[in-house]
Design a protein around this ligand. Sequence first.
Ligand code: CMC
Length: 428
Amino acid sequence: MPNDNITLTAADRSVSLPLVHGSLGPSCIDIAALYRDTGHFTYDPGYAATASCKSAITYIDGDKGVLLYRGYPIEQLAEQSRFLEVAYLLLEGELPTVAQMTKFEDAVTHHTMMHESLKNFLHGFHYDAHPMAMLCASIASLSAFYHDTLDINDPAQRKLAAIRLIAKMPTIAAAAYRYSIGWPIRYPRNNLEYVTRFLHMMFEVPSEPLNLNPVAARALDLLFILHADHEQNASTSTVRLVGSTGANPYASVAAGIAALWGPAHGGANEAVLKMLAQIGDPKHVDQAVARAKDKESGFRLMGFGHRVYKNFDPRARIIRAMCHQVLAELGVNDPLLEVALKLEEAALKDEYFIERKLYPNVDFYSGIIYKALRIPTEMFTVMFAIARTAGWIAHWIEQHETPDARIGRPRQVYTGALKRDYVALDKR
Ligand code: CMC
C-alpha cells in the first residue's frame, strides 16, 4: 500500500497527515493528530465523510451500486448461496467447505432453544407490545442467562455468543409474535433448516400440520441474504460503539436492534407498507409525490433514498424482480404492488428525486414480499433484525480482534451558554 501524506493548512499552521488506503474505495485522511497539531476538531454531523474503523467485511460503492460481502458480489450470493452460508462467510471471512458448513449449521441448529424462563419474561409484556420492543429486551436479557460466558477477551466465548445470537434470534422473534396473537409458542424443530424452521415457529399450529410452500422459504432466505450486512450503517455502528466500551455481545446487539427500529433505518420497511396502504390507489400517487417534495408536510417517501447509494441500491433491484416472481408463484394478487410500481415510476421521473439522487432502497419492495408470506407488518423490522444479526456479530467480533481498538468517543461543537456563576434559588 502507498504511504503518502496530505498537507492541511489551518489558520497559520500546516499539518502533514497520513493517508490510509483500503483495498477498495477512497483513501482516508488520518486526522488523529489534527487536534494535537492544530487545535481543531473536524465537524461531520451524521458521519457522512468519516470512516469510523477499518473493516474487511463488507464493501459498498454507492455511486456504482456495488455491494460485496467479503469480496463476493451480492448478486452472486443472492443467486447461488443461502443465508446460513452467508452468515458463515461474514463471520469467518471465507466461504465454508462442506465439512465447515455442516459443523456451523449443526452448531446453530443446536443452539436454537431459548431458556424456558425467557417465556415468562415475554409474558410480562402487554399482549399488544411491539415485537421490536420484545425482541430488543429479550436479546438484552440473554446476557443475564449466559453471564458465565461473557468474557469478551476469549475468542471461543465470542464465537459461542455469535452462534447463540444467530440461532436464537428467530426463536425469540417467532415467540414474540405468537405471544402477541395469543398462540402457544412453538419450539424449534431441528430437522428443518434455518429459514424453514423459523417459518414453522411462526405459523405452525398444534392442531394441524403446516403446508409450507418452498417458494416462501426461498424468498425469505433471499431477503435475509440481502439484509445480512451493510458495513457501518447506523445499527452496526451502534453495535460497535457499545462494543467499544467492553459491553457484552448481547447488550451490544440489543443496542443495534434499538437503532434498527427507527423509520430512517430498518423501520422503513414497516413504514413503506403503511404508506402504500395509505396511498391506497395508483391514482393517488401524484398527490403523495407532491407531498414528499413539500418540506412543510414532514412526509418523505419511505423506501426512497440512501445515505450511500446515489445511483441505485443493488439490493432493491434484486428484490424488485423477486417481488413479481414470488407474488406470481404464491398466487398472491396484491393491489399495493401496483401502487408501489406507480410510485416508483412517478418518483424516478420527477426532477426533485432525480436531482437528489433518490432511488428505491432495499425496503421499498421487501414489505410487499413479507406481506405475501403472511408476515404481519409489525414483524417486518424484526425480519431485518434476524438477518442483520449475522452482520452485527461479525462486526462485533472483528472489533475485538482489532489490535489497539479504543473506546468510541466523538467530540462536539459546543453551542451552549458561556461560563457563568450559579445563582441561589431564592435569588432568581
Ligand atoms: N423523500 C423525500 N425527500 C427525501 C427523501 C425521501 N425519502 N430522502 C431524502 N430526501 C431529500 C431530503 O429532504 C434532502 O433534501 P434537501 O437537499 O432539499 O434538503 C435530500 O433528499 C438529502 O436527504 P438527507 O436526509 O440529507 O439524506 P441522508 O443521507 O441524511 O438520509 C435516508 C438518508 C435514507 C435517511 C433518507 O433518504 C430517508 O429518510 N429515506 C426514507 C427512509 C428510508 O427509506 N430508510 C431506509 C434506508 S435503506 C435501509 C436501511 O438503512 O435500513
